[in-house]
Write a protein that binds this ligand. Structure first.
Ligand code: KIV
Ligand code: ZN
Length: 391
């Protein structure tokens, strides 16, 4: 059976850029957009054109240079937003307008001071208006995670009637449990009339650390697009991390779900985004963190030196990391020390290793991490140094 294609909708330049203090200029955005296109994402959400002249300019510049991906602009369910987005996207080979409105009772009551029927009308009108500019219109039901499923299905039906090609079901506040989000997608797949004319999209936030799990549950239950950002950056605790969902689908081939992403470019893009935005990536970040392929305890190091797969489920080269790292600390064992010593030119016998190892432990208790220069120093000050160099 051939695998089902999952579209990767990257929103690093829109939702991702909503991180306080991480604004990018047009030049930086164009550089990132080009790399996202090379990475193989299906859709690039380039910005929110009506929000500022700078964002308009960035969306327009990205629309001009992207060759493969669809270029998308965000709007509210407001005519002027939609008109401005269409204008910014006019040079795109494949333009998409992403329009929508809040659908949870909390949004309807407090944000819009409105009622459910009025919101459905506004959703219908926004999609219809967007359709007068572009064929490809995505509708988002903001706070769908906390929206009653029956009502959400009615909103989705209205958006499809108006011509929406994609229905985005955002867990805007990162509230849902994976089982709950999966059940919501399944409910919509089973109950929305006309669902065969559109695809469902997962857009999950990470407030409870569940964004990746929720997105995966979404596609298992029938959604065909995931919205995500490089390094999971975004509002508050961030969005679903692109590198995480892509690698989950790659490593779990049994799910029969596939993406177009060239995974060997993931680490490079992670660094580009982190450097451009000035946001440091946590060392233990899955897939792209500095420690994602680093081993520091003796038991793990011994296993990895014998066979990488004992403690690694991903080949680092698959995500663009040159090799796994054997980090020397006071928790490291003889196997790791012998391995690193060999890398810097010393082939130690068992007896020599015993002597050098006790020197190493004294040194490592004083220093958090032992580097290549330290290894030279440890060996040069050991009792067996003369034996080692004369061998
Ligand atoms: O989180 C959200 O609901 C959004 C929408 C604007 C798509 O980012
Ligand atoms: Zn969002």
């Amino acid at each position: 059976m051939s695998k089902q294609h999952i579209q990767i909708f990257d929103t690093t330049l829109r939702d991702g850029e909503q991180v306080p203090g991480c604004k990018l200029n047009t030049e930086q955005k164009v550089i990132i957009a080009k790399q996202l296109d090379h990475l193989g994402v299906d859709v690039i959400e380039a910005g929110f054109p009506v929000s500022s002249p700078g964002d308009f300019k960035s969306v327009e510049a990205i629309a001009k240079i992207v060759t493969n991906a669809t270029v998308c602009g965000l709007t509210r369910a407001v005519e002027n937003d939609i008109k401005v987005a269409a204008e910014a996207l006019k040079y795109a080979k494949k333009p998409r307008i992403h329009t929508g409105i809040g659908t949870s009772d909390s949004h309807i009551k407090f944000k819009f001071k409105s009622n459910r029927d009025d919101i459905i009308k506004r959703a219908f009108n926004a999609v219809s208006y967007a359709k007068s500019f572009v064929e490809d219109v995505e509708f988002y039901a903001e706070d769908a995670g906390r929206t009653d499923n029956e009502y959400l299905a009615r909103v989705c039906e209205a958006a499809i009637k108006a011509g929406a090609t994609v229905l985005n079901i955002p867990d805007t506040t990162g509230y849902c449990l994976p089982s709950e989000y999966g059940a919501k997608i399944k409910y919509l797949m089973d109950n929305v009339k006309g669902i065969e004319n559109a695809i469902l999209s997962c857009h999950c936030h990470n407030d409870l650390g569940l964004a990746t799990a929720n997105s995966i549950e979404g596609v298992i239950n029938g959604a065909r697009q995931i919205e995500c950002t490089i390094n999971g950056i975004g509002e508050r605790a961030g969005n679903t991390a692109l590198e995480e969902v892509v690698m989950v689908l790659k490593q779990h081939a049994d799910l029969d779900l596939d993406t177009n992403i060239d995974t060997t470019k993931l680490f490079g893009l992670s660094q580009l985004v982190s450097d451009s935005m000035g946001i440091y990536t946590q060392p233990n970040k899955a897939i792209v963190g500095a420690n994602a392929f680093a081993h520091s305890s003796g038991i793990h190091q011994d296993g990895v030196i014998k066979n990488r797969e004992t403690y690694e489920i991903i080949d680092p080269k698959d995500v663009g990391v040159t090799e796994s790292a054997i980090v020397l600390t006071a928790r490291s064992g003889r196997a790791a020390l012998a391995y690193r010593a060999k890398n810097v030119g010393y082939e130690l016998t068992k007896l020599q290793l015993d002597d050098v190892y006790s020197n190493f432990l004294t040194f490592a208790d004083r220093k958090k991490e032992v580097n290549d220069n330290d290894i030279h120093q440890i060996i040069e000050t050991s009792n067996v140094y003369r034996q080692i160099v004369s061998a």
